[in-house]
Design a protein around this ligand. Structure first.
Ligand code: C5P
Length: 305
């Protein structure tokens, strides 16, 4: 049996980061949105006792581990463990989401692997509970759409959003490590150069803009507390953010912990236009256009081989 599932990249329309907790994570309030940029994960049964083997291909493969540290490998093993069966699978990950980019590509792979493994093993338990054991963003990758994330990001509830939002995704060559960006934020706060939010709550204006299907209003209320930290580590990203708004984008912001920068356009045609201009600057190593919101992790196919 071969089962394929896919899951989306995510962006954060709001990422408000609170204090460092004793478990090493930060409390946060975030508004997630899923992009129509998806990784695919296929799992194929192997003979009993052969264990898990993982291969990674597609557009972005650099730095993705094929061993048991890969989140997709950990996800299928976790489902097999819950069901009480031996996990003997080939996993094939087809990556369209840039790696270490702040777009939750690893979380998407885990979410797709959860959905595929749950189908294969007939697991009917709550995947959200398993997702929280592996990473903060995987719960969102499972549900997709637009959602509010709280605690360390793993507690998600859908948020009403109307219309489509068209984003220009500008990726950089060098990935940024998420823990390093959070540490930098703590350092900047300790030094007093950046302030922590007084209250952790979703911005009413942002939720209102989503209800109004208004990219122009949404652009005014995008925020990312990790942006100063990402820029402190990778100052060149500021040029990319500025180029996007100079080239007519409604707003530009660092995606999650970066280094990907995202720019909001008025509509799809406008996004293509901004993307062409950014491409011509040579500031980004890859420029894509993606629509949001998009569905969460879902089955793609199921074949007897
Ligand atoms: O949960 P995930 O594995 O995606 O998190 C990666 C790292 O990002 C954590 O080990 C932690 O250093 C940082 N992080 C954080 N607070 C969060 C989410 C992530 O400090 N809410």
């Amino acid at each position: 049996m071969k089962i394929t599932a896919s899951a989306p990249a995510k962006i954060n329309l709001q990422l408000s980061v609170g204090a460092l907790r004793t478990d090493g994570y930060h409390d946060l309030v975030t508004v997630y949105q899923a992009l129509d940029l998806r990784d695919q994960v296929s799992i194929t049964e192997r003979a009993e006792g052969m264990g898990v083997q993982c291969s990674v291909n597609g557009e972005f493969t650099d730095g993705v581990p094929g061993d048991e540290t890969n989140l997709a490998v950990r996800a299928v093993k976790l489902v097999a463990e819950q069901v009480g069966v031996s996990c003997d699978l080939s996993i094939d990950i087809k990556k369209a989401i840039p790696v270490a980019a702040g777009l939750a590509g690893g979380s998407a792979d885990a979410a797709a692997a959860f959905v595929a493994a749950a189908e294969l093993y007939g697991y009917g338990g709550d995947l959200q509970i398993l997702a929280a054991q592996l990473g903060s963003d995987i719960g969102f990758s499972l549900i997709g759409g637009t959602a509010l994330g709280t605690s360390r990001g793993e507690v998600v509830v859908p948020v009403m959003s109307r219309g489509d939002y068209c984003w220009v995704i500008m990726s950089s060559t060098n990935g940024l490590s998420t823990p390093r960006v959070y540490q930098k934020l703590d350092q900047l706060r300790d030094e007093g150069s950046v302030r922590a939010p007084l209250q952790l709550q979703p911005k009413p204006e942002l939720l209102q803009a989503l209800l109004a299907a208004s990219p122009t209003d949404l652009a005014k209320h995008l925020s990312n507390d990790l942006q100063p930290a990402a820029l402190a580590i990778a100052p060149k990203l500021q040029r990319l953010l500025d180029a996007a708004t100079d080239d007519g984008a409604l707003a530009s912001i660092v995606a999650g912990s970066g280094p990907t920068c995202i720019a909001l356009a008025k509509d799809y045609e406008h996004a293509l236009d901004v993307a062409a201009r950014i491409t011509a600057t040579n500031l980004a190593n890859r420029v894509l256009v993606a629509k949001a919101p998009a569905p969460g992790a879902e089955l793609v196919s199921k074949d007897r081989n």
